[in-house]
Design a protein around this ligand. Structure first.
Ligand code: GDP
Ligand code: MN
Length: 270
């Protein structure tokens, strides 16, 4: 399941390279009703047609939805990451993710892989690798490639995979009912252990760590967790929202949430 405001050929190539039997995979997309969504839809449809023409399209089903809830106008990375827009933006994203899962999930599905449209590189065995952990929720570590003085490097990208801290709980306690804690902002120093910082290049890719918050970049969820009612709160849920609120909800339902610090997938570099 992929919320998509931008179509990246690298994303399409990456999911087409997944070695899990495509006949067992249904793809679900939800795109905003704005100019970005219009452009992404055209490109997604063109990519699907091109694959069809080459006879390489063998997914079981493809569902494409347009959002009937609000979305923000197109935003550069800097604007969309500004602290003050987080509640509105993440709340809209939550509604989009919920529409997608409520519409596209069928009784036959065992797993839901949430994969953002800007995850441009992952192991081809992503689904098998994550599913082999057999956890209700398991999140990969989202990194980003970049160049420094002509040298290829990687850096952490997604800070929404975290372990709750005393400071985080204290902040949450101090907030008004309708306020949220968002991770990764100096304005709100939670001192939460962030999975992004636990990557060990020499470590075992199967190392698991229990988490309290997850991001949506690349997270595998047992479909029953969603069927049981865990969704993406668009409202402050224990002062958490969207994917971070989802982890809290799953845990409140009795499910465990894990992350794989040494299992990397890569976010597009704008
Ligand atoms: P970031 O990586 O945390 O900056 O978040 P993104 O902006 O990349 O958003 C996460 C995912 O949601 C990506 O797959 C985006 O393409 C997608 N996305 C972003 N904004 C919207 C939106 O308004 N509506 C929908 N349906 N998807 C969106
Ligand atoms: Mn992104």
């Amino acid at each position: 399941m992929t919320p998509m405001s931008k179509f990246l050929p690298e994303y399409w190539k990456n999911i087409n390279q997944l070695t899990y039997d495509h006949n067992l995979i249904s793809l679900g997309f939800i795109l905003p009703r704005n100019a970005d969504g219009d452009a992404a839809l055209k490109q997604l449809e063109a990519a699907i047609k091109a694959s069809q023409a080459k006879n390489t399209l063998n997914f079981k089903k493809i569902t494409i939805l347009r959002q009937d809830s609000n979305s923000l106008p197109s935003q550069a990375e800097q604007e969309r990451h500004a602290f003050k827009v987080q509640k509105e933006r993440r709340s809209m994203m939550a509604l989009a993710r919920n529409s997608l899962v409520f519409t596209a999930l069928s009784p036959a599905h065992s797993w839901v892989l949430w994969l953002d449209a800007d995850i441009v590189e992952s192991p081809n065995t992503l689904i098998q690798d994550l599913a082999s952990h057999n956890k209700p929720v398991v999140s990969a570590n989202v990194y980003q490639r970049y160049k420094e003085n002509g040298e290829d490097k990687i850096r952490p990208y997604d800070f929404n995979n975290w372990v709750e801290s005393d400071d985080g709980l204290k902040i949450a306690n101090s907030l008004a009912e309708d306020e949220i804690v968002v991770e990764g902002y100096a304005e709100m120093a939670t001192y939460r252990p962030l999975m992004a910082h636990y990557y060990d290049s020499k470590g075992n890719a199967n190392t698991e760590m229990p988490l309290d918050g997850v991001g949506g970049g690349s997270v595998l969820v047992k479909a029953d967790v969603h069927r049981d009612g865990a969704m993406f709160p668009s409202f402050p849920f224990y002062h958490l929202i969207e994917t971070e609120g989802f982890a809290k909800m799953a845990k409140r339902l009795g499910y465990s949430v894990f992350g794989l610090p040494n299992y990397l997938v890569y976010h597009y570099n704008e």
